[in-house]
Design a binder for this molecule. Structure first.
Ligand SMILES: [Zn+2]
Length: 342
């Protein structure tokens, strides 16, 4: 098969489109012919290389996959060759207390397809067959690849962790990112009031169209002052944080007393300073969030089936141009998901 992979860590130039051996699935797995695969920041981190994380080389990235079942073992009951699917990107051992209580993302053996395990920047990918999900009706291949990781993350952050609901004001940082554009919508589904930040007027307008009640230009405006203005000086009840070092201090200080901050990433760096006085004197709660359980992804799929969420696709690239696609992600010019068509 053809795949785009890297043999060494480095910039986008290390990605090579080349002939590679077809994956050989075990009886626990299915083979999926990839139709589309969305990019995530995880792909950039894996490509750059991370201290203390060993990525087996050469490596095929790509965690968000839609495609057609090419092969399943004879004992598979639910899916057959030719079925149109999306793939749950994360998987645990399936046997431990965490996995069995729906917290597979806390499993000691939790892995993500395309991050240490070969993923969807390829014509074929092998995946756990229990991780196949039927493609929601009416959803195109590109759209189907664009939602699993970011929407399950937004669900886990806002529903499972922060328990946001009506009466809450939710501040979503960088609404133009995949997670941000999903979190704006998820917070609205939950009945919250949403303030979104974005980096220019066009992105602010797009965030408003996704449902944000108010938008803030995070380069030109004082985010804390604007949030205070919009909340009668209280602050936000929930902050959705994924930017990291560049915004962490502002995010904490934008919270109301008793507020909850939930973080799922640190694209600008992870060594952020925390003013602990804010945390204890204002009784703040900090939640970490990493992916989600399979059950949560199925809840997300149901919300798409009901038409209550919509995918946000920025751009499409052919698999051969994965390096161009990653350059676009690194330039932060995008709004929503960048997707490879295979
Ligand atoms: Zn487990």
């Amino acid at each position: 098969m053809k795949a785009t992979r890297f043999h060494r860590h480095g910039g986008p130039e290390v990605l090579q489109y080349e002939e590679v051996p077809d994956p050989e699935p075990s009886s626990d797995e299915a083979l999926v012919r990839v139709k589309a695969c969305a990019l995530n920041h995880l792909d950039i981190w894996a490509r750059n290389g991370l201290p203390r994380v060993a990525i087996p080389l050469p490596h095929i990235s790509g965690s968000d996959i839609s495609g057609i079942v090419e092969w399943v073992p004879p004992e598979e009951q639910m899916f057959r060759k030719g079925d149109e699917v999306v793939v749950n990107p994360g998987f645990g051992c399936g046997r431990c207390d965490r996995c069995l209580s729906g917290r597979d993302n806390q499993c000691r053996d939790y892995r993500i397809i395309g991050y240490g395990v070969d993923g969807g920047y390829a014509e074929l990918v092998k995946v756990r067959r229990t991780h196949l999900i039927r493609r929601p009706e009416g959803m195109g291949w590109v759209e189907a690849a664009s939602f699993p990781l970011v929407f399950e993350t937004a669900y886990h952050m806002l529903v499972t962790k922060a328990r946001a609901g009506p009466g809450d004001t939710v501040l979503v940082l960088a609404a133009s990112s995949g997670v941000g554009s999903a979190a704006v919508q998820m917070a609205k589904v939950l009945g919250a009031r949403v303030i979104a930040t974005a980096g220019d007027p066009e992105k602010m307008e797009k965030a408003a169209r996704l449902g944000a009640d108010f938008t803030i230009d995070h380069y030109k405006q004082d985010v804390i002052a604007e949030v205070k203005k919009l909340t009668e000086d209280r602050g936000a009840d929930v902050v959705v944080e994924h930017v990291g070092k560049a915004t962490w201090d502002v995010s904490l200080k934008a919270l109301a007393k008793g507020g909850r901050i939930v973080t799922c990433g640190a694209t600008t760096g992870s060594d952020a300073a925390t003013d602990l006085r804010y945390v204890f004197s204002r009784e703040l709660t900090v939640y970490g969030s990493y992916m989600a359980g399979m059950g949560e992804l199925l809840e997300v799929v149901e919300l798409f089936r009901q038409g209550r969420l919509k995918t946000v696709v920025d751009s499409e690239y052919p698999l051969q141009e994965a390096s161009e696609a990653q350059k676009r992600m690194e330039s932060s010019a995008h709004f929503g998901k960048i997707v490879l068509k295979v």
